[in-house]
Unconditional design. Structure first.
Lengths: 258, 648
C-alpha cells in the first residue's frame, strides 16, 4: 500500500524578516513515502538544509493532529492545500503525484504580517477575542451545570461553530483578507447558548468593531468557508451581521438610558 | 555542586497535608489559610508560565481576584497549548446518572487507577472540586454534549464502572481550553493579565532561597530578559516528548520544569510515564509524531488480534473462532475498558508474539462492526464521527468498513515537579500545576482525568494556596530584575544559546532527539529491566557527550531560529532521560505505568512492593543527572486499603 513519490519540486517562500522583500527558493525532493505528512516532508527538507549548513525553513506547527490551529501554509494557492476539511499537518503526501511542483507560501493577508519565511503573526485574532469573545463568568460563582437546560440542537449548533481552531485559513483564502468567518464562528458559539445571552449584543458590537480595525470587509465570496478545515458554515456570518445590526440599536438605546 | 552528592537523605519532605479526617482536610485548609485583602492584592505580581488548562485557568482566576498577573507562552497564542488535543472528556463526580457515583467513588477509582502511588489528600481534593469544574465550564459557554431534554450527557471511560465523563464530541480538550482561553482573554483585555507570547522560559531565578522570577527568551528576537514576581507558577505540561515519538505536540518539552529542577526543585517519580493503548501505529521512518484515537472508542469498539500469527485473510473474513478478543478474555469484568497500562501491555505482548496486524504487524484491531450492527451506523457516527474521519485522513482506511489498527504510544507523564499539598515545589514561591507536577495520578492516570486535574489546580486550588503563600509577604521589598543574580542568570542563558550555535558539528538537534527517543523507548518504555536501564544510562550519557561536540545549529542566536529552540529542549531531554532511567532502576517493583520485568506475578501482572516502595521518589539535582540524590516521601493511606489492583 505504501508508495514512493519521486522528483517533487518545491518552490518555498523565504523571507528573512518582516521588512525583507522575500523570494521563492527551489528544492527538489527526490523521493518520499506517501505515508509522510506534508509537514514531515518539510522536516525532511529541513534536515537536508541543516546538513548543507543552511538555515531551516521556518514554519509554525505544533500538535500535528489538526486541532491546535498553529500550522498554516498556502499550498499551490490553496489554504491548507488541496484536501477538503484538512489542516496542513493532516495533509498527507498521498494527495500528490510524482513529478509535481508544489508552491508553498505563508498566509497572505494585511492583518497577518510575515514574521519569517512561512511564519506569520496572527495576534489580531487574539485582540478580537479579548474585546468580547467570552462569557463573563468569574471563577467560583457558577450555578449547577444542569440548572439551565440547553436544547440539544442548540448545543450542537454552538458546538459546530465552536469547532473553529483559529488557524486563519479563512482570512488567507479571502480576497479581501476579511475575518468574518472566524469572528462569526465565535459570536455564533456564544450567542446561541442561553449562558451567552446577557452579553449577546455587547459582544457582537465589540468583536465586530475590533475586527474592522484589523481586517478587510466581507463581500460574500465564500472562499473562507471552502478553505475552513473545520467546515464552519457561512451561516455564522449571517448570524453575526444580524446580531451586530440589532446591537447597534439596542446598545445605543441602553446607553441613552444612562 | 557535586559535593552534595554524598549528603545523607536527611531532608524531610513536608507535604503539608492538613490535619483532620480525609473528607475535611480541604475545608480545614481553606478555613485556616491566610488571605490577602482585596486592596492589597494588586500589590502582588504572579507569573504564570504556560497557558494550557492549568495555566490559563490560574492566570484568569488570579487576575479576577485582583493580583497582577504576567502570563507567558511560547506559542503565538495562548489558545494553542496542547490541552487542546485531549479528545475524550473530563471526569466529575456529579452523579447525574444516578449510577452510584460519588466524590468518594471518584477518589477511590483514581487512587486504585494510580496503583496506590498517589498522595491520598490531593486526590480526595481533586474529586471534591471536580463537580465545581463542570459548573464553571458550563457557565463559560463550553458546549458539552446534551441529552434531548437539554441536560448534560455522560459517557463511561476506562478504569471506572460509572458514567461520569462529560464531553464535547471528540474535542473536549479543545472546548475546555477555549473556555479558559476566553476567560484569560477577558482579563488581558481588562488589563489584569499582561500576555507575553512567543516567549520561552529558559531559567528560574532563586534569591535567598525563594523564587524571585524567571528568565525568558523571546523567540522572535532571541532577546533574553528577566521578570520578577512574588510567586511563579509553572504550568508547562509533561515530558512525553523525551521519547521523540509520542502523542504530544511537537513543541512540548521539559525545559521549564527541568530548569527549575536544576535550581533546586525536586523532580518526583520521573519513571511514571503513561503509554496510551489506542494510538495509530507508526507507518514509516519519517514519522514525526503519533496520533491518539480517543480512549472513548473502547466503549463501543472491541479489541482483538488473529489467533494465528500467520493469518493472511483480511479482517472481515476472519471468523469469530479465529479471533482473540484478548481484553474480554483476560479481564472479563472490565473487558475493553481495562485501564490504560494494562491494555497497553496486553497489546505489546501479542504484537511481540507476532500476532500484530497491519503492513508492519505493529498494531491490534479496534473493531466497530458489532457496534454498527447493534446501534446502527448513525449512532456510531454521532458518537465518534470526527474520530473516524481523523483516522481515515491519517491511515488512509475507512474504519466503518475496516477495523482500526491501534498500538500503544507515550501519551502522558505522571511524574513531574514534586509539590506539597499547596502545589508548591521545594523552592518557596515556585508552584507547579497540571501535568507539570506529580501529585494526583500516582503511577498511572485514568482517562478523562488530566483535564480534570489541570482545571482543578488552576481554578480551585492555586488561587487559595497562592494567597496563603503571599499574605506574609505584604509590604516586604522583593529583589527586582536589576539584582545581580538576575543579571548572572541572564548572562549564563545567553552563553548557553550562543554555545549551541558555536558547536558547529554535523548533526541536527532532531537527529539527536530521534536517537535519544529510541533509547528511552527501548529501555524505559512499556517494560523495563535492570540490564536495559543500566545500559541506557551509559548510552544516554555517551550520546549527550556527542551532542555537545557534534551538534549543528544553523543560523544565529538572534531572530527566529527554530533549530536553536530545539537544541535547548533536546539538551534538557538528555538529562531528564537519564534521571528517568535512574528512577526506574531504583524502583524495584512494578506499578502502574512502570513495569519492571523482574517484578511481575505468575500471570504477568504488575507486582508492587508496598513494604519497600510505597513512597514518592523525589530527586534532588546535584550537578549531574546520573548522580541525583533521592528523597522519599512516604505515602500514608488513611481510608484506602492497599490492595492488588484487579480488573479481572
Amino acid at each position: 500500500m505504501t508508495r514512493k513519490l519521486t522528483n517533487l519540486t518545491l518552490k518555498v517562500w523565504r523571507q528573512s524578516g518582516p521588512n525583507d522583500k522575500g523570494r521563492f527558493e527551489t528544492h527538489v525532493i527526490e523521493s518520499i513515502t506517501d505515508e509522510a505528512s506534508f509537514l514531515e516532508m518539510l522536516d525532511v527538507l529541513n534536515e537536508r538544509l541543516i546538513a548543507k549548513g543552511e538555515e531551516a525553513v521556518v514554519f509554525d506547527h505544533d500538535c500535528r493532529e489538526g486541532i491546535c490551529g498553529t500550522c498554516s501554509l498556502m499550498i499551490n494557492g490553496q489554504a491548507h492545500g488541496p484536501q477538503r476539511a484538512t489542516t496542513t499537518c493532516q495533509l498527507h503526501m498521498r494527495s500528490f503525484k510524482s513529478n509535481d511542483t508544489i508552491v508553498i507560501e505563508p498566509w497572505r493577508a494585511g492583518a497577518f504580517p510575515i514574521v519569517k519565511d512561512l511564519m506569520v503573526d496572527r495576534s489580531a485574532f487574539d485582540r478580537i477575542v479579548e474585546s468580547g469573545g467570552f462569557i463573563t463568568a468569574p471563577t467560583g460563582g457558577a450555578p449547577d451545570a444542569n440548572l439551565i437546560p440547553v436544547p440539544k440542537p442548540v448545543a450542537d449548533a454552538a458546538m459546530d461553530s465552536a469547532a473553529c481552531i483559529g488557524c486563519g485559513a479563512c482570512v488567507a483564502a479571502c480576497p479581501n483578507g476579511a475575518a468574518n468567518l472566524f469572528v462569526g464562528a465565535k459570536i455564533a458559539h456564544l450567542n446561541l447558548l442561553p449562558q451567552g445571552q446577557a452579553e449577546r449584543y455587547k459582544r457582537a458590537e465589540a468583536m465586530v468593531d475590533t475586527m474592522d480595525e484589523h481586517f478587510g470587509s466581507c463581500t460574500n465570496h465564500g472562499e473562507c468557508s471552502a478553505a475552513c478545515p473545520k467546515e464552519i458554515s457561512l451561516d455564522v456570518i449571517a448570524l453575526m451581521n444580524k446580531d451586530y445590526r440589532s446591537a447597534k440599536f439596542k446598545n445605543r438605546k441602553e446607553l441613552s438610558r444612562n | 555542586m557535586t559535593m552534595l552528592d554524598n549528603r545523607p537523605a536527611a531532608t524531610k519532605l513536608n507535604s503539608k497535608v492538613p490535619s483532620g479526617v480525609l473528607a475535611d482536610k480541604w475545608d480545614n485548609f481553606k478555613a485556616n489559610a491566610k488571605l490577602v485583602n482585596p486592596n492589597n492584592k494588586r500589590k502582588f505580581k504572579v507569573i504564570v508560565v504556560g497557558t494550557g488548562l492549568a495555566g490559563a485557568s490560574a492566570a484568569a482566576t488570579l487576575a479576577e481576584l485582583g493580583y497582577q498577573v504576567d502570563a507567558f507562552t511560547f506559542h503565538d497564542s495562548p489558545r494553542r497549548a496542547h490541552s487542546i488535543a485531549a479528545q475524550g472528556g473530563i471526569n466529575a463526580a456529579k452523579n447525574y446518572r444516578g449510577d452510584g457515583d460519588s466524590v468518594h467513588r471518584l477518589f477511590t477509582d483514581t487512587i486504585k487507577g494510580g496503583d496506590f502511588r498517589s498522595r491520598e489528600a490531593n486526590v480526595y481534593r481533586l474529586a471534591q472540586v471536580s463537580v465545581n469544574i463542570i459548573d464553571q465550564m458550563v457557565a463559560q459557554g463550553v458546549p458539552f454534549a446534551r441529552e434531548y431534554g437539554g441536560l448534560l450527557d455522560n459517557r463511561s471511560f476506562g478504569g471506572a464502572q460509572v458514567s461520569r465523563t462529560f464531553y464535547a464530541r471528540g474535542q473536549t480538550g479543545q472546548q475546555l481550553l477555549l473556555g479558559a482561553y476566553q476567560q484569560l482573554s477577558r482579563q488581558i483585555g481588562l488589563g489584569g493579565v499582561r500576555l507575553f507570547n512567543r516567549c520561552e522560559l529558559v531559567d528560574v531565578v532563586i534569591i535567598d532561597g525563594r523564587a524571585a522570577g524567571i528568565v525568558v527568551r523571546d523567540l522572535l528576537t532571541g532577546e533574553v530578559t528577566s521578570h520578577a514576581a512574588h510567586a511563579v507558577v509553572l504550568a508547562t505540561g509533561g515530558y512525553g516528548n523525551v521519547y521523540f515519538l509520542s502523542t504530544n505536540a511537537m513543541n512540548c518539552n521539559v525545559t521549564a520544569a527541568w530548569r527549575a529542577h536544576r535550581r533546586g526543585a525536586y523532580f518526583a517519580n520521573p519513571c511514571y510515564t503513561q503509554i496510551h493503548p489506542t494510538c495509530i501505529p507508526q507507518a514509516d521512518e519519517t514519522q514525526s509524531k503519533l496520533t491518539l484515537m480517543s480512549e472513548s472508542l473502547r466503549n463501543d469498539g472491541r479489541v482483538w488480534v488473529p489467533k494465528n500469527a500467520d493469518e493472511q485473510r483480511p479482517a472481515h473474513q476472519i471468523p469469530e473462532e479465529d479471533r482473540d478478543y484478548y481484553l474480554e478474555r483476560l479481564y472479563p469484568s472490565y473487558g475493553n475498558l481495562a485501564p490504560r497500562d494494562i491494555s497497553s501491555r496486553a497489546a505489546k505482548r501479542l504484537v511481540d508474539k507476532g500476532q500484530g496486524v497491519g503492513p508492519l504487524k505493529n498494531g491490534v484491531f479496534l473493531d466497530f462492526s458489532a457496534a454498527i450492527n447493534r446501534l446502527g451506523r448513525n449512532v456510531v457516527e454521532e458518537r465518534y464521527g470526527n474520530l473516524f474521519e481523523m483516522y481515515e485522513r491519517i491511515a488512509g482506511e475507512n474504519p466503518y468498513e475496516v477495523p482500526m489498527r491501534i498500538y500503544p504510544a507515550t501519551h502522558y507523564t505522571m511524574g513531574g515537579l514534586w509539590v506539597d499539598y499547596e502545589l508548591q515545589t521545594t523552592i518557596p514561591g515556585l508552584y507547579a500545576a497540571g501535568e507539570a507536577n506529580f501529585s494526583d495520578h500516582g503511577a498511572n492516570r485514568l482517562g478523562a482525568s488530566a483535564l480534570m486535574q489541570g482545571l482543578a489546580d488552576g481554578y480551585f486550588v492555586l488561587p487559595y494556596t497562592i494567597s496563603n503563600g503571599l499574605a506574609p509577604l505584604l509590604n516586604k521589598t522583593l529583589p527586582g530584575t536589576d539584582h545581580p543574580e538576575f543579571k548572572r542568570v541572564e548572562a549564563e542563558t545567553r552563553d548557553r544559546y550562543r554555545a549551541y550555535v558555536n558547536v558547529k558539528g554535523t548533526r541536527s538537534p532532531d537527529w539527536f532527539h530521534r536517537e535519544l527517543g529510541k533509547m528511552i523507548w527501548d529501555y524505559c518504555g512499556m517494560e523495563r529491566d535492570r540490564n536495559g536501564l543500566e545500559k541506557a544510562i551509559s548510552e544516554i550519557q555517551a550520546l549527550h557527550d556527542e551532542f555537545k561536540k557534534d551538534l549543528r545549529v544553523t543560523g544565529s542566536a538572534e531572530g527566529v531560529n527554530q533549530t536553536l529552540e530545539k537544541a535547548g529542549r533536546v539538551d534538557d531531554f538528555f538529562q531528564l532521560g537519564m534521571l528517568m532511567c535512574k528512577d526506574a532502576l531504583a524502583r524495584e517493583e512494578s506499578c502502574g505505568g512502570h513495569f519492571r520485568v523482574e517484578y511481575q506475578t505468575e500471570d504477568g501482572e504488575a507486582q508492587r512492593d508496598d513494604a519497600k516502595f510505597c513512597h514518592v521518589s523525589a530527586w534532588e539535582w546535584t550537578g549531574d543527572a546520573a548522580k541525583s540524590h533521592m528523597h522519599a516521601e512516604a505515602l500514608e493511606f488513611e481510608t484506602i486499603q492497599l490492595a492488588t489492583r484487579s480488573y479481572k
